[in-house]
Design a protein around this ligand. Sequence first.
Ligand code: FES
Length: 153
Amino acid sequence: MDEGTKTIIDKLIKKHKPGENAVVSIFQDVQEQQGYLSEDAIRYVSEKLEIPVSRAFSVATFYSAFSLTPLGRNRVHVCLGTACHIKGADNIAGRISRQLKIKPGETTGDRKFSLHKVRCLGCCALAPVVKVNDDTYAGVSQDQVVSVLEKYR
Ligand code: FES
Protein backbone atom coordinates (compact mmCIF):
# COMPACT_ATOMS: atom_id res chain seq x y z
CA MET A 1 0.00 0.00 0.00
CA ASP A 2 1.35 3.42 -0.87
CA GLU A 3 2.33 5.96 1.79
CA GLY A 4 -0.44 8.36 0.77
CA THR A 5 -3.09 5.74 1.51
CA LYS A 6 -1.44 4.91 4.84
CA THR A 7 -1.50 8.59 5.78
CA ILE A 8 -5.19 8.85 4.90
CA ILE A 9 -6.01 5.77 6.98
CA ASP A 10 -3.89 7.00 9.90
CA LYS A 11 -5.90 10.25 9.93
CA LEU A 12 -9.18 8.34 9.81
CA ILE A 13 -8.10 6.10 12.69
CA LYS A 14 -7.23 9.17 14.80
CA LYS A 15 -10.63 10.68 14.01
CA HIS A 16 -12.55 7.77 15.55
CA LYS A 17 -12.68 6.80 19.20
CA PRO A 18 -11.31 3.34 19.86
CA GLY A 19 -14.01 0.81 20.61
CA GLU A 20 -16.27 -1.85 19.25
CA ASN A 21 -17.59 0.16 16.32
CA ALA A 22 -14.36 1.91 15.37
CA VAL A 23 -13.56 -0.58 12.63
CA VAL A 24 -16.96 -0.08 10.97
CA SER A 25 -16.67 3.72 11.10
CA ILE A 26 -13.12 3.65 9.77
CA PHE A 27 -14.08 1.28 6.95
CA GLN A 28 -17.00 3.57 6.05
CA ASP A 29 -14.60 6.51 5.72
CA VAL A 30 -12.01 4.50 3.79
CA GLN A 31 -14.73 3.27 1.43
CA GLU A 32 -15.96 6.84 0.92
CA GLN A 33 -12.49 8.21 0.23
CA GLN A 34 -11.02 5.33 -1.77
CA GLY A 35 -14.21 4.01 -3.38
CA TYR A 36 -13.63 0.53 -1.93
CA LEU A 37 -11.78 -1.42 0.76
CA SER A 38 -8.58 -2.89 -0.59
CA GLU A 39 -7.12 -5.98 1.03
CA ASP A 40 -4.10 -3.90 2.05
CA ALA A 41 -6.33 -1.27 3.67
CA ILE A 42 -8.22 -3.93 5.65
CA ARG A 43 -4.95 -5.49 6.85
CA TYR A 44 -3.51 -2.09 7.77
CA VAL A 45 -6.59 -1.10 9.79
CA SER A 46 -6.54 -4.45 11.63
CA GLU A 47 -2.86 -3.97 12.45
CA LYS A 48 -3.39 -0.40 13.68
CA LEU A 49 -6.47 -1.28 15.76
CA GLU A 50 -4.79 -4.45 16.99
CA ILE A 51 -7.69 -6.66 16.02
CA PRO A 52 -7.35 -10.01 14.25
CA VAL A 53 -7.21 -9.79 10.45
CA SER A 54 -9.96 -12.41 10.29
CA ARG A 55 -12.28 -10.14 12.31
CA ALA A 56 -11.49 -7.15 10.08
CA PHE A 57 -12.28 -9.21 6.98
CA SER A 58 -15.50 -10.53 8.47
CA VAL A 59 -16.64 -6.95 9.17
CA ALA A 60 -15.65 -5.88 5.65
CA THR A 61 -17.57 -8.74 4.05
CA PHE A 62 -20.59 -8.67 6.37
CA TYR A 63 -21.90 -5.23 5.41
CA SER A 64 -23.21 -4.90 1.88
CA ALA A 65 -22.25 -1.20 1.93
CA PHE A 66 -18.60 -2.23 1.75
CA SER A 67 -17.03 -3.25 -1.52
CA LEU A 68 -13.77 -5.17 -1.73
CA THR A 69 -13.35 -4.26 -5.37
CA PRO A 70 -13.17 -0.76 -6.87
CA LEU A 71 -16.61 0.62 -7.68
CA GLY A 72 -17.54 2.47 -10.82
CA ARG A 73 -18.20 6.21 -10.86
CA ASN A 74 -21.84 5.32 -11.52
CA ARG A 75 -23.44 2.64 -9.40
CA VAL A 76 -26.29 0.83 -11.13
CA HIS A 77 -28.68 -1.03 -8.84
CA VAL A 78 -31.17 -3.34 -10.47
CA CYS A 79 -33.96 -4.58 -8.24
CA LEU A 80 -34.67 -8.31 -8.41
CA GLY A 81 -37.23 -8.36 -5.59
CA THR A 82 -40.56 -10.14 -6.05
CA ALA A 83 -42.53 -7.21 -7.47
CA CYS A 84 -39.76 -6.31 -9.90
CA HIS A 85 -39.15 -9.96 -10.78
CA ILE A 86 -42.80 -10.37 -11.79
CA LYS A 87 -42.44 -7.35 -14.07
CA GLY A 88 -39.40 -8.72 -15.89
CA ALA A 89 -36.47 -7.46 -13.83
CA ASP A 90 -34.35 -10.49 -14.78
CA ASN A 91 -34.53 -9.48 -18.44
CA ILE A 92 -33.63 -5.91 -17.57
CA ALA A 93 -30.65 -7.08 -15.50
CA GLY A 94 -29.54 -9.23 -18.43
CA ARG A 95 -29.86 -6.31 -20.82
CA ILE A 96 -27.76 -4.08 -18.54
CA SER A 97 -25.14 -6.84 -18.20
CA ARG A 98 -24.92 -7.18 -21.97
CA GLN A 99 -24.73 -3.44 -22.50
CA LEU A 100 -22.03 -2.86 -19.89
CA LYS A 101 -20.37 -6.25 -20.48
CA ILE A 102 -20.22 -6.98 -16.76
CA LYS A 103 -22.08 -9.22 -14.34
CA PRO A 104 -23.65 -8.04 -11.07
CA GLY A 105 -20.89 -7.35 -8.56
CA GLU A 106 -18.47 -6.24 -11.29
CA THR A 107 -17.13 -2.90 -12.49
CA THR A 108 -16.45 -1.90 -16.10
CA GLY A 109 -12.81 -1.69 -17.15
CA ASP A 110 -13.05 2.10 -17.51
CA ARG A 111 -14.51 2.32 -13.96
CA LYS A 112 -17.54 4.22 -15.26
CA PHE A 113 -20.12 1.69 -14.02
CA SER A 114 -20.54 -0.97 -11.41
CA LEU A 115 -23.58 -3.22 -11.37
CA HIS A 116 -25.36 -4.42 -8.25
CA LYS A 117 -28.38 -6.62 -7.63
CA VAL A 118 -30.69 -5.58 -4.81
CA ARG A 119 -33.66 -7.34 -3.22
CA CYS A 120 -35.94 -4.30 -2.95
CA LEU A 121 -35.50 -0.59 -3.49
CA GLY A 122 -38.58 0.19 -1.40
CA CYS A 123 -40.81 1.36 -4.24
CA CYS A 124 -42.39 -1.89 -5.41
CA ALA A 125 -45.45 -0.13 -6.90
CA LEU A 126 -43.10 1.37 -9.50
CA ALA A 127 -41.67 -2.00 -10.60
CA PRO A 128 -39.49 -2.77 -12.38
CA VAL A 129 -37.05 -0.36 -10.80
CA VAL A 130 -33.45 0.53 -11.62
CA LYS A 131 -31.43 3.05 -9.65
CA VAL A 132 -28.35 4.83 -10.96
CA ASN A 133 -26.53 6.65 -8.16
CA ASP A 134 -29.36 8.65 -6.51
CA ASP A 135 -31.68 8.60 -9.53
CA THR A 136 -34.56 6.13 -9.55
CA TYR A 137 -36.04 4.89 -12.83
CA ALA A 138 -39.49 3.36 -12.50
CA GLY A 139 -41.32 1.04 -14.84
CA VAL A 140 -38.32 0.78 -17.12
CA SER A 141 -38.31 -1.40 -20.21
CA GLN A 142 -35.26 -3.13 -21.64
CA ASP A 143 -35.02 -0.47 -24.36
CA GLN A 144 -35.38 2.43 -21.91
CA VAL A 145 -32.64 1.13 -19.69
CA VAL A 146 -30.18 1.33 -22.58
CA SER A 147 -30.81 5.05 -23.04
CA VAL A 148 -30.82 5.63 -19.28
CA LEU A 149 -27.30 4.24 -19.00
CA GLU A 150 -26.08 6.26 -21.97
CA LYS A 151 -26.86 9.45 -20.02
CA TYR A 152 -24.15 8.54 -17.52
CA ARG A 153 -21.37 7.81 -19.99
S1 FES B 1 -39.26 -5.42 -5.31
FE1 FES B 1 -38.31 -3.97 -6.59
S2 FES B 1 -38.67 -2.12 -5.51
FE2 FES B 1 -39.47 -3.60 -4.20
